[in-house]
Each structure stands twice: as structure tokens, then as C-alpha cells.
Design a protein around this ligand. Structure first.
Ligand SMILES: [Zn+2]
Length: 161
């Protein structure tokens, strides 16, 4: 894990599993207004990790904004399945989604980003999704398709206020 502090902003890069031992849970976050966490190197989360993560989010400063960047797909699933996994005002700024070639079954991970590929619901507009089209398979030049259910995976952008 590494951290970078800039005034009231803290940026944290997590690595490895989120389990009972994750050192994230020991950082004092009270002084910060913005907490940005990069999860690209998180390998998995076990049930104790889920429990500790939820307890940790409850201890976050009330007025702080939580941003989650490059969430592995396993974490996105937790966000969608486990009620209260992230605070209501938290934002997933990007996540890593599995895509599959229709022709040769080659798998690729594609990063999907907020305000490019998906848009949170706001006062002005409903949540929406813009999956990249014409993604080409590196192996056979076929077309990559999402290897996940859109409705289920993007459940998190419908959460408001
Ligand atoms: Zn292919």
C-alpha cells in the first residue's frame, strides 16, 4: 500500500487481498475531505475483508468524499451485491471489466470510466451507460463483447443522494 497526501486530499493505492489484515483499516482518515483509493492491484476480498471494509467505511469522516478508481470486477460485484459496501455519496471513477471475443474466446480486461462509459444519475438526467463499441480482439481481430450483464453490473450508478 502507498499513500500520497496533498492538503485535505489523500490518495491511497491498495495492493493484494482485502482481508482481516489490510493496512488500509489502520490509517487515520479523519483529517481528510477527499479520499481517493486506487484498487487496481487488489487481488480478492474475503468475507472478513468485506465485514472490515464496511466497518471501515462507517468510520470515514462524515463530510469526506470517497472515490474508488480502477476497481477490479470482484469489487464492483461487491458494491452491487452488498448493501452499504460503499457510502451513498461514494463515486466509482473507473473499474476493470471483462470482455470476450465472440470468435476465439480471447478474454481482455477493459477499463470503463465515469463520464466516458457510464454516467451517474443526477438531478438533470437518469443514469446511463455507453459501452465502447468496435473493440477489436488482439488475437483474431474479431469483436470484443462485454462478458457481464450490463443491468446487474451498472446497478451502482442508479444510486442517488
Ligand atoms: Zn478473437
Amino acid at each position: 500500500m502507498s499513500t500520497k497526501i496533498n492538503g485535505s486530499l489523500i490518495e491511497i493505492s491498495l495492493e493484494g487481498p482485502i482481508s482481516e489484515k489490510a493496512s488500509l483499516f489502520e490509517i487515520n482518515l479523519q483529517p481528510f475531505k477527499e479520499i481517493k483509493i486506487n484498487l487496481s492491484k487488489v487481488t480478492f476480498i474475503n468475507s472478513i475483508g468485506v465485514k472490515n471494509w464496511i466497518l471501515w467505511t462507517c468510520r470515514l469522516p462524515q463530510n469526506a468524499k470517497l472515490y474508488l478508481d480502477e476497481c477490479p470486477f470482484v469489487i464492483v460485484n461487491q458494491i452491487n451485491i452488498v448493501q452499504g459496501f460503499i457510502p451513498k455519496n461514494a463515486i466509482v471513477t473507473s473499474f476493470l471489466a471483462p470482455f470476450l471475443c465472440e470468435k476465439c474466446s480471447h478474454e481482455e480486461t477493459i477499463k470503463l470510466s465515469q463520464d466516458v462509459h457510464y454516467f451517474y444519475a443526477s438531478d438533470q438526467a437518469a443514469a446511463s451507460v455507453q459501452i465502447p463499441e468496435n473493440l477489436t480482439c488482439a488475437k483474431c481481430r474479431g469483436t470484443l463483447e462485454p462478458d457481464f450483464l450490463l443491468e446487474k453490473t451498472f446497478g451502482f450508478i442508479k444510486r442517488t443522494s
